[in-house]
Structure formats: structure tokens, C-alpha cells
Design a protein around this ligand. Sequence first.
Ligand code: NDP
Length: 262
Amino acid sequence: MPSEWREAPPGDFAVIGDPVAHSLSPRMHAAAFATRGESYSYEAIRVPPGEVAEAIARLRSLGYRGLNVTVPLKSEARMAMRTVGEFAARCDAVNTIRLEDLYGINTDGAGFLDTLPAFDRKSALILGAGGSARAIALALALDGYNLRIFNRTAERAISLVRELGIDAEVVDNPAPQDVQLILNATSASLHGESLPISFASAASGALAYDLVYGDTPFLRAARAAGLKTLDGKALLVAQGARSLEFWLGGVAPREAMMEAIR
Ligand code: NDP
């Protein structure tokens, strides 16, 4: 059961968010520590928006060494840091904190790139313009991808491109022609909803990627059209592995982490 931050037990690592009960991170990190022969604890702790700085100070005083931060606290967490990594500052989102020196970084962008195959042409269509789309769009742009972004609310996609200062085309139709990666960074799949996209015109060998865990309507439609697919567990493991390596060094056991949440 997740704790409320005011009643949190002493511990080593935790994920903070609201809600946080559904998080797979405690199970995934417990498997990582066990595989590495370490006996650290990893809790799920609920922190409501507006209480992040106070909660971080409390967890630090309880002896915690590191935190992961999930929705909707990543921007607020950035404000509570003494030092922020360059990528986290640019996308205004901290997902990993070292408490000793209040150093915050973002492992979502690099973690996402870790999960991609080597494409012959770096081109992507991103569906969505929320917090996750933001970090991933920045990572893809910095990695040299040609980007198209479609969002239900177009103004949000336009603001995302402007605020990140990246080169990306905001489109009014999610047509997947000529791209190697089609990323669903919306929360539509969370509610079992489909998006208005047809995969019939997608390039052969394209990858459909949904940030939501498991088999979603988006991934089923892509698979039916012959595309390769990946779900959000790949990113969960990749960003978590990078967090663990930031806190403790060494190499995180990605396969054991994936096995624990499969
Ligand atoms: P946000 O709430 O910041 O953004 C939600 C996005 O989804 C917006 O672009 C919104 O469009 C769009 N959207 C929501 N419902 C629909 C719909 N029915 N049809 C079309 N578009 C829709 O969410 P996040 O960016 O934080 O997260 C997005 C998803 O990614 C979530 O499902 C989350 O669970 C998942 N996620 C997975 C992670 C992982 O490790 N695998 C990590 C982080 C997130 P609009 O602007 O028009 O409202």
C-alpha cells in the first residue's frame, strides 16, 4: 500500500506522485536491488500537488537517498531542486532526484531513446502534447529526428514546439506516411479509447509505440496492419534503470526489471 508522505516510513528510495498506488516502480526496483545483491527499500508515496518541496524535505530527513517523480509532480519537483540537469531544465520536468544534494534530472528522454531500434531514417509522428510528449519530443529532436506532432488540441502542440525551441511540424491530421516511429503519447489508451489514425499508409518496418502499458487498441490496430509494436513498459524499465544508475552507479539489470513487471 502506498503511504501518505506525512506518514511515510524511513527508507532508501521511493516514487512520489498523485495517484501513485498503481505504480509498478516499487516492484521493478525491488527486483533490481535483489539482482544486484542490495537490500535497499523502495516505497510508493503519495504527495499531492503543492506539497512537493515540503514532502521532499521530510523524506530527506527520514534518510531517503533518491526519488522518482511521476505525474503530476514533475514540473513542481524541478522548482524544489538546488541543481537541475540541462535536459530536465529544458523540458521543465524532473523525474529523478538525488536527495543528498537536491540534484534533479530527467531520465525519460534518454530512456525513451534507449528503447528504440536503429532506424535507417530518423523520422517520427508523435500523437499528444502533454508532459510525456514534451520530454520525448525534445529527446527525439536533439537526436536528429524529423518530427511531426499531432494533438487533439492543436494549440497545445504549437505551444510545445515553441516552448521547447525545436524544429517540428504541427499537423492537423495524424497520417503516418513516411515515418519510422508512430508514438502514442496521449492518455487515450488508458480509457480504452482509439485514436483517429489509419495505419494502412504506414511505412513497412515502422514501429508503433504506446506509452500506456499492455496491449492497447492503438497497438492492436497497428499490429493488424503489419507494424511492429512496443508498449509503455519498455520506457518504464529504461527510465527506471537510468535513475538507479544515477543514484547508485553500476549497471541496472534491465531484464530482471522487465521480468518483474511483465
Ligand atoms: P498529459 O495529461 O500531460 O497529456 C495527455 C495527452 O493525451 C494530451 O495531449 C491530450 O490531448 C491527449 N488525450 C487525452 N485523451 C485523449 C483522447 N481521448 N483522444 C486524443 N487525445 C487524448 O499526460 P502525460 O503526457 O503525462 O501522459 C500521457 C500517457 O503516457 C499517459 O497515458 C501516461 O499513463 C503514459 N505514460 C507512460 C509512461 C511510461 O513509463 N510508460 C511515463 C509517463 C506517462 P489534449 O491536449 O487535447 O487534452
